[in-house]
Design a protein. Structure first.
Length: 132
């Protein structure tokens, strides 16, 4: 009788300990992945074995796309909603062992605008992606 109670307790602990998990596809290799919390999102690269490699860490607050380029906006803390880092991501349309080579940053918004200007691009060309 006690073992049924024990198994029931273990089952419920396992059921409720499974964290939040959300995956949003951006392209064939790039995804927004949230684990344990809807607020803790990361840009990830999907590897050939089906696992995901995080590229910028959590706290992704906004994501913008222009052609095969992304701008990821990362909140520095959840308490201060006005402090952000910006990352430029050149998306590869093929499988690669080093997707992190396509990531530039972190930048301030001013630094990002100067970086984009070097490549005859502007932040205004990028359109927001829905990541909620």
């Amino acid at each position: 009788k006690n073992y049924k109670y024990f198994i029931s307790c273990v089952f419920f602990l396992f059921l409720f300990s499974c964290g939040f998990n959300e995956i949003i596809k951006i392209s064939s290799y790039y995804y927004v992945v949230a684990v344990d919390s809807k607020d803790d999102k990361d840009i990830c690269y999907k590897l050939e074995d089906g696992n995901y490699l995080g590229l910028i860490g959590g706290n992704l607050s906004n994501l913008f796309q222009y052609k095969k380029q992304l701008i990821a906006v990362k909140a520095l803390s959840q308490e201060d909603e006005k402090s952000f880092e910006y990352y430029y991501i050149e998306m590869y349309n093929f499988s690669t062992l080093y997707p992190e080579r396509g990531v530039q940053g972190p930048f301030t918004k001013f630094e990002l605008e100067n970086f984009l200007r070097k490549y005859n691009n502007t932040f205004e060309n990028f359109h927001p992606l829905k990541i909620d």
